[in-house]
Write a protein that binds this ligand. Structure first.
Ligand SMILES: [Zn+2]
Length: 458
């Protein structure tokens, strides 16, 4: 039976690549300063694919932004389990277009990878769901599981309306498990299920000392410099090794179990690989020893200044600036709470403000960390399906990034299994230039999901 599945998917694979290319050609960037017509076009294209596959109840679920989430279903029988299949059809901007070796929205195959914005993140996820669903329907008919699709339209711009969509349509979306195909494999050819995600938040800080910029010769000395003041405040957030110094910041943090640590070690991730994948400069030392790199990425909080602004480089002159600005991002480990951490960061910055400078702080919407319990039998079934498809043992891994949807599914549906899979890999450059998808894993991913659906028929 399994080789039959493999053969069928192998025969249809060129068709699946074509469908993926069709979606990649639509620049569906969900950021406000890009033309939102394309997000609508990609929603329509996904809708047309569902219609062509013969799915029912196809509709747009609209958040306040108007960027449609596309819904469809393929129902078999009320006695069969219902799986909700998540992916997103919006993409990141292309960043620096000059650095792309081929046009970002004109997919191009080079070697065993398909290049183009959205190939890996996350349009391959959409096609994986559609292809696997179609296969299981042809193979099992009404004996297969019930499948519901939810393809979001604003994940990259922060999923601002997703909580509302889930709440409003909770009955329509009701399910026994969710597959979120928006993560990735630990390495090429290494199938992976992600079990933890870090949470995130960010604050925007503006520090002001005078009403306007001043001649630095005539005025500096008696007046404090907002740029240096802000730098001192930022420097007080963490020590040189990144250890966060805000009191009680790590409250609630759930450290990895001995079993989880052993599974991280079993991945054999070396400092050399990490240095190579991150592009860190040769002489720069890491803040943790080799054996703690994955734990640091997946299970500890971090703090990063994502932007700083004082005056501008083009107008750099002898000026005492009136204000300084920074955006400070935090990543939170499982167990920590995004709102509570952002508030602690805000209070700490206010307490550190020197010389009575005027400080204003704006907290962005955050996302809580996510952790899933792999004891549910669906994890075993998915892991066996992956082993069959990839011909190697799957890995349970963590992820340093955040997917707000994962925690929202938990909130909406309670303690059901949420399987985080996907087709990114360390070379895929998601969010960067020259994003690409490793095609052998695309095929194996479709086989794995098909075998997983088939395992639910028993
Ligand atoms: Zn994504």
């Amino acid at each position: 039976m399994n080789s039959n599945v493999e053969n069928r998917i192998h025969e249809n694979f060129p068709k699946y690549i074509d469908a993926l290319k069709q979606l990649v050609r639509i620049p569906s960037i969900s950021f406000d300063n890009f033309d939102q017509k394309f997000v609508m076009d990609s929603a329509e294209a996904v809708k047309a694919m569902f219609a062509k596959a013969g799915y029912t109840n196809i509709q747009f679920l609209l958040p306040p932004s108007g960027r449609p989430t596309v819904y469809a279903e393929s129902l078999t029988s009320p006695d069969k389990p219902t799986i909700l299949l998540y992916a997103h059809h919006d993409v990141q901007p292309p960043m620096r277009e000059a650095l792309w070796n081929s046009a970002p929205f004109e997919p191009e195959t080079r070697g065993d990878r398909l290049y183009g914005r959205g190939t890996a993140d996350d349009k391959a996820g959409i096609i994986t769901h559609i292809a696997a669903a179609q296969q299981v329907r042809e193979l099992l008919g009404d004996k297969g599981p019930n499948l519901k699709f939810i393809i979001e339209g604003e994940e990259e711009s922060g999923s601002a309306g997703f909580a509302e969509i889930l709440e409003k349509h909770a009955e329509l979306l009701k399910c026994d498990a969710v597959i979120v195909a928006d993560l990735g494999n630990f390495a090429k050819g290494v199938p992976s299920i992600t079990t933890t995600l870090r949470g995130m938040s960010a604050v925007n800080v503006t520090l002001r000392s005078t009403k306007a910029p001043l001649h630095s010769g005539s005025w500096s000395g008696p007046l404090p410099d907002p740029a240096q003041a802000l730098c001192r405040m930022i420097a007080s957030l963490a020590d040189a090794d990144g250890k966060i110094l805000i009191p009680n910041f790590e409250d609630g943090l759930v450290p990895p179990t001995a079993e989880e640590l052993a599974s991280y070690r079993s991945l054999g991730y070396s400092e050399k690989t990490f240095r190579c994948e991150s592009g860190v400069l040769d002489k720069v030392s890491l803040t943790v020893p080799e054996g703690e790199i994955l734990e640091s990425l997946w299970r500890r909080p971090s703090i990063v200044v994502t932007t700083m602004e004082v005056g501008s480089r083009t107008n750099a002159g002898n000026v005492l600036q009136d204000c300084a600005y920074a955006r400070i991002g935090i990543r939170l480990a499982p167990g920590m709470n995004a709102d509570a951490c952002a508030e602690k960061l805000e209070k700490f910055l206010r307490d550190q403000t020197p010389n009575g400078l005027e400080i204003s702080i704006d907290i962005e919407d955050g996302a809580n960390p996510f952790v899933t319990d792999i004891a549910h039998p669906f994890f075993k079934k998915m892991s066996e399906a992956m082993k069959e498809a990839y011909k190697t043992e799957p890995k349970f891994i963590g992820c340093g990034a955040s997917i707000p949807g994962a925690e929202l599914f938990r909130k909406t549906f309670g303690d059901i299994p949420i399987l985080l899979t996907g087709l990114e890999d360390p070379e895929c450059a998601a969010h960067g230039e020259n994003e690409s998808l490793y095609l052998p894993d695309f095929e194996a991913g479709i086989i794995a999901e098909t075998l997983f659906f088939m395992s639910l028929a028993d």
